[in-house]
Design a binder for this molecule. Sequence first.
Ligand code: ITT
Length: 194
Amino acid sequence: MKEIVIATKNEHKIIEMKKMLEPLGYKVLTLFDFDEFPEIIEDGKTFKANAFKKAKELSDYLNKIVLADDSGLEVIALNNEPGVYSARYAGDTRNYEKNNELLLKNLKGKSDRSARFVTSMCLYHPNNDPVFFEDYLYGEISEKHAGSNGFGYDPIFYVPELNKNLAEISLEEKNKISHRGKCLLKLINHLKSK
Ligand code: ITT
């Protein structure tokens, strides 16, 4: 069986990514399978730099093919914040509720609420050049929370075409339109062409 290691411990991402990679016949391993591996410090200035760092460090350690994803939210009226700091916008620990509250507070009174999710992926092969993919989901930050699916900023991210917030749609629907889903599709097409 073909094997791919995804460089994450984010359980929501793992579910989203497994759902798309397993039907292609991949055995998907995650950082949970290599618990001894130390936490990777995401100190890059761009999503791409972080994705590369995560993929390279883990691949160098395991000598396996690694896929790393770095994602986040860019809000136009906040000079593209929280950006690469999306996970720790409201502080050091990953707290989705606090992050959302802070974002809504910082956007209070602003008329432009447009935003986009970004996913940058790096596929790192021990013997080949790294391959990069990127994709986006455009929308708006809503005034209020809606829905309980997904994770992170999903409850406050409004998708105009669906007239819904991301947390109101199913995982299948999210994967069809999301930054990560579309990015994975690019990756899958690349893997199929090999
Ligand atoms: P790993 O680095 O271990 O993969 P992470 O949670 O830190 O997990 P990222 O750095 O890629 O993941 O993402 C940063 C944050 O961006 C994440 O904690 C969420 O708050 C937000 N985010 C990313 N993708 C999202 C999505 O599809 N929906 C909602 N929020 C998302």
